[in-house]
Design a protein around this ligand. Sequence first.
Ligand code: URA
Length: 241
Amino acid sequence: MERLQKVIAHAGVASRRKAEELIIEGKVKVNGKTVRELGVKVTDSDTVEVNDVKIEREQKVYYLLYKPRGVISAVRDDKGRKVVTDFVYGVEERIYPVGRLDYDTSGLLLLTNDGEFSNLLTHPKYELDKTYVAKLKGIPTREQLRMLERGVMLEDGKTAPAKVKFNSGDRKKGKSIVQITIHEGRNRQVRRMFEAIGFPVDKLKREMFGTLSLHGLNAGEVRELTPHEVKQLRALAQTGK
Ligand code: URA
């Protein structure tokens, strides 16, 4: 559901302010009926007319980006730093990231103009499994990793159980690589979880989001999701995986 004035503005008919005026003036119809209140919300299947002309709704688009490190998960940045939409060329729809990855984190990030889809995937109640690979300073023991599996206390509460897999350790360099799967999406959560057991994260990459992986992409590359992938993600979110 989206506000009527927002839908009109997104269709390129008028600015949001002008759209509000058009509504108040009685020039907007929803499913054939004149609407004069500003609070009205519409779905994709509602017909919206402005001055008796049906508006074309923006097509929903879905992209998967392999976000490089050193990029902001936003559509613009006041300080002129690179943002995730800089990597998606020739797309006219107003896409934005689904959730976020830290500036220093690389990996899988979805971009869309579908607000409902984005809300579904980031809603705390439905959050999907996300798998990260962390390069750590130091080599944790099996017992320390078990603490992450059970949940650790952070300043915003205890984390939900996680799946953790030790990939490799280098005693000479004092570094290790650990894979972790979580379904929550708190700010800097993975970094904070490893810090909580005494192992700062050197590098972090998100490798999977629900059923999606980075397979076939290099950093900075992007591809469209297939309709099947979109459906599958929606279904996963709704069943709480
Ligand atoms: N956890 C983090 O610490 N950083 C991210 O970007 C994502 C998850």
